[in-house]
Design a protein around this ligand. Structure first.
Ligand code: NAP
Length: 257
């Protein structure tokens, strides 16, 4: 990082990115790593994490993969402990891991609801609480949560997922208040349609449907993980020190149309 504004530098800092093995999480890892952060990437599938860490290493970014399930509190705690053991500090948490079951409400099973709740809400909470301890000790830290436009508008076939994302936006506000006296910023990103594994099959199965979705997006295309990374960098860096409790929409104008 040579000519960027110094407030965007993460030199010397350590970031934990959940779901950093692919998609938006990997786009965020590229942005934070490119600004100088060392990264711990937590996801369940070990091989995907290793693949992502190698791709980042090829770009000169230090990234360690860790197999873990954020919906288990002990594994969230273990991820934070690993970052501390490896590098002695944790400056940034990106709570990005989530799952989506796309179905009509009447078809959702109890097990599917439990899974979304456990990963999308409890996982965010467990990781945030685990990360807040070393952050409080240093009186500084950045938590960036991935919500969704579903936190703000209704989304058919994603009623419960949207509710989990509204919960993330609400956790963002409440934790921001609780932790402001300790120097920890908590903010959220609400992406619109970003082409990743979470929706690729759905977007590509029906070209006419894809065209209808694109017609609703003023920018005329789906987002990419690289569209999201720079906003996460802003929220993870000293540039956003006076920003907390907010949810930032990044959707090519979809929700203003
Ligand atoms: N793509 C979109 O259009 C869009 C729009 C709005 C919001 N978002 C949000 O953006 C975030 C990233 O989504 P994405 O589109 O990049 O999805 P994705 O491609 O499906 O990636 C999800 C990531 O989360 C990990 N993960 C899932 N469950 C986990 C668990 N229990 N513990 C640890 N890691 C877990 C996955 O790895 P493993 O499966 O190996 O665990 C993967 O790395 C999510 O919070 C999503 O809700 C996405």
């Amino acid at each position: 990082m040579t000519d960027a504004h110094p407030a965007f530098s993460l030199e010397g800092q350590v970031a934990l990115v959940t779901g950093g093995s692919q998609g938006i999480g990997l786009g965020i890892a590229e942005a934070l790593g490119g600004a100088g952060a060392r990264l711990l990437l937590v996801s369940r599938r070990k091989a995907k994490g290793e693949e992502a860490a190698s791709a980042l290493a090829a770009r000169g970014i230090t990234a360690l993969p860790l197999a873990g399930d954020v919906s288990r509190q002990a594994e969230a705690d273990a991820a934070v402990a690993r970052a501390l053991r490896e590098w002695g500090r944790l400056d940034i948490l990106v709570n990005n891991a989530a799952v989506l079951t796309r179905k009509l409400a009447q078809e959702m099973t109890e097990a599917e609801l439990d899974r979304e709740l456990a990963i999308n809400v409890k996982g965010v909470f467990f990781c945030a609480v685990a990360a807040s301890r070393p952050m409080m000790a240093r009186r500084r830290g950045k938590v960036v949560n991935l919500a969704s436009v579903g936190a703000l508008i209704g989304l058919p076939e994603r009623a419960f997922y949207s509710a989990t994302k509204a919960a993330v936006a609400q956790l963002t506000r409440s934790l921001a208040l609780e932790w402001a006296p300790h120097g920890i910023n908590v903010n959220a990103i609400a992406p619109g349609f970003v082409r990743t594994d979470i929706n690729r099959a759905y977007l590509e199965a029906d070209p006419a449907r894809l065209q209808r979705i694109l017609a609703q997006i003023p920018w005329g295309r789906p987002g990419t993980p690289q569209d999201i990374g720079p906003l996460a960098l802003y929220l993870a860096s000293p540039a956003s020190d006076y920003v907390t409790g907010q949810t930032f929409v990044i959707d090519g104008g979809w929700t203003i149309a």
